[in-house]
Design a protein around this ligand. Sequence first.
Ligand code: PHE
Length: 435
Amino acid sequence: MVFILAATGSAVGLGNIWRFSYMVGESGGAAFVLLYLGCVLLIGMPVLLAEWILGRRGQSNPINTMAKLAREGGRTQAWILIGLSGILAAFLILSFYSVIGGWSLAYILSTVTGTFTDQDAEAVGEHFNSLLGSPGVLLLWHTAFMVLVVGIVARGVTKGLEAAVRTLMPALVILLALLVVYGMTTGHFGEALRFMFSPDWGAVTGEVVIAAMGQAFFTLSLGMGIMMAYGSYLGRDVKLVSTAGTVIVLDTVVALLAGMAIFPIVFLHGLSPGEGPGLIFVTLPIAFGNITGGVILGLIFFLLLTFAALTSAISLLEPVVEFVQERSPFSRVWSTVAAAICIWALGIAALMSFNVWDFPILFGLNVFDLLDTFTSRFLLPLTGLGAVVFAAWFLDRESVRQELAMGTTGTMLWNVVARFVAPIGVVIVFVSAFL
Ligand code: PHE
């Protein structure tokens, strides 16, 4: 049970609410959503299982696990690259994740102080823009978020958090469902549903396909060795397939609810779905500002969002800290502080992309977009591809059969999906991006 809570805590985060909705909006809606769902099922699920299988077999952190399994199977030690690139990805992702976690913190305060009460879309948008335009304020919130993460990781108090996931996740789901009902009664709900679920396949570009795959990896915390590390704590008796199903369904439900809460507001107020990373921050506060009890609901929402962000951020910092601690004379606390300072510094470059460095530095992307794009679209899928290929092709069959503990049909299905469907899927997505 603790395991499901930890895995869910890592998976459900800003990726489901903040990133999912803005990606859907930016990528033109339904085709992206359906491609994302397809990627979750055909690529995400096998990669998640592969990471857990490897982790439970290797019984260590991703680098040592891959070293051990490669050695046992007589394969090259180059497989530890999977562990290394996972740590690099976690490092890069946390730098900008913390910036957005900071926005969520900032909105707790804005909501409580009544900033959004009776405000229209324009005023809410202006509030967000003024936040983005103040690097000093962004820095403050980014720092505050990072300090919270460091405090928790350094003291190793994650146990208590897992217990909290049990009550706070359902609360988040209920609140999102309430917002969906608000959208049904006041917003342009039909239009939102069409936007999210009725695809115009003609408009799909390679860019949309690769963005959808990136979102699937990001939201399930895949391709970072995080799930592999969790796998090493997995009890023998835990059924991998049904557990993966539970985590994936929960994660997907949160994302879809978030979309169905946000887009009715977007269309009602004539906002642009392609607003970008600010989408949830310029839409949901309009709802909170205009319903009775909105201040309380808004407060609870941003508290829960921050909590979900924290549990994900902790899972991002853990592997980096472990890496530093293993290779340095530093204690756990100092390893945490050292890792966090580097990540925090990179985060400053990310937050300046919204103001003073608001220009492309490479491939037409600013620092923030570059960090996000490079990790979710390349590093994560490549690392995940490595994990699933190793588990499906190079791990001995008997181990895999034991790990999965499924009947013959189940094992056969795994073989087809993990050996062919998922790897070929990743390759097709990559190729389509270059067409
Ligand atoms: N899955 C988390 C989310 O959706 C983000 C995350 C990515 C956490 C990678 C850990 C590792 O917000």
